[in-house]
Design a protein around this ligand. Sequence first.
Ligand code: ADP
Ligand code: ADP
Ligand code: MG
Length: 463
Amino acid sequence: MLKRVLIANRGEIALRIIRACRELDVETVAVYSEADESSLAAQLATCSLCIGPARAADSYLNQDALLTAARITGCDAIHPGYGFLSENPDFADRCVQAGLKYIGPSGDVIRKMGSKAAARTLAQNAGVPVVPGSDGPLSGVEQAREVAGQVGYPVLLKASAGGGGRGMRQVERPEDLEGAYQAAQAEAVACFGDGEMYLEKLVLNPRHIEFQIMADSQGHVVHLGERDCSIQRRRQKLVEESPSRALTPELREKMGAAAVAAARAAGYVGAGTVEFVLSPEGDFYFIEMNTRIQVEHPVTELVTGADLVKEQLRVAAGLPLSFTQEEVKVSGHAIECRINAEDPEHEFRPCPGKTEFLHLPGGPGVRVDTALYTGYEVPPYYDSLVAKVLVHAPTRLEAIRRMRRALEELVIEGYPTNAALAHLIMHDPEFVRGQYDTGFLDGHLEKLLELARTCDQLTTGKE
Ligand code: ADP
Ligand code: ADP
Ligand code: MG
């Protein structure tokens, strides 16, 4: 097994990794920015050290600082978590060159899958359906116009290096193409330092269905079923569940096999996620592969009983997967609500602040992954995710009822969050019936916010 792991991340995922390491008797080194000195990860790791100023570019993205920290603390491995450097092939290479195990696929695999345009081609060559669109990257706006004309509007312009919903623009009409292309490209250059673009037809009213993959260095590739992540705002997930109401056993089998084929084609090792859009007619298309642990991985852990982070550590240590495809069994139903420090009333604007009071839900079938504590100041420099509330129950309806009561127990005071909105989603008739697509939240937001205001007035007596 590994001896000492440096965690090149922060927040709840740093804590999640510390927990897995502790249970395996692996030591941990937490690195933190000046803004994160009072973080739980810094307090719970075997040892911790400051690697630089608050700005991510100066700390969590500072490769030299991370590698130096790993060397002076005697680490033999680095876990990148999600976001930050987790999909940076050069960082993966540099870890290996420094004699460290990188807990994730090799730089070469990340290179193949990390560029979304290249991943499309790779999936296509592996016989996995992709959305009609450009063959590889676009040479410029003229080619975009040509391809859009062929596949038909509306289309999605996407940055090859994009992530977190950035570098992406929906285009309804030819006359809007040029402006959208320039805006998306500028955003991609600003966020990812890379302006390569490609184009896909917009699949109308789709579900976002993704498959969890685990692969070892012995060549075993296994999927752990799907997650339905169709409840999104600004193309970012808010609620995830497994299994999906949209899949029949036959479709699940087909999509799972396609996900495994895509991972195999890339020579994948470690935890990864293959994302698809699923049309209302039941046609599915590969959209991208995330070559890292995913925010919503606990949903899969609850229904399969697997510990995906421990599995990542095992695989990095050169051990085979601890289960075969036949041994993966999905039982019951799990739901996750992402709780963000943000204001749904104002376009989900991030609202960091001091956690004046915190009460977390508990009881049967409830799991909360968070790095919050009462008095903790959420720094303004990073992601607004502050907690993941998860439930597991025998049936979907019981899971929904359990989530309602878990969210009723949750108290976060000090800044606005989307928790009340998540609670209302759990009461929405279409959500409860399982009839929703990626447009759900945009279509229901006004009604849900109006309901939230009414509830507020009734409980506080305010007019
Ligand atoms: P997930 O499905 O795991 O949420 P996301 O693509 O939303 O996947 O990314 C997870 C986290 O990583 C989010 O906090 C997001 O803001 C961040 N992220 C995604 N891509 C990048 C990137 N290229 N650079 C920096 N952060 C990123
Ligand atoms: P990111 O790297 O930001 O996660 P994705 O390519 O995964 O980017 O797309 C983000 C979201 O946009 C998806 O979850 C899905 O809801 C939507 N989306 C992506 N591609 C398409 C498409 N071709 N048609 C319709 N919706 C899409
Ligand atoms: Mg995605």
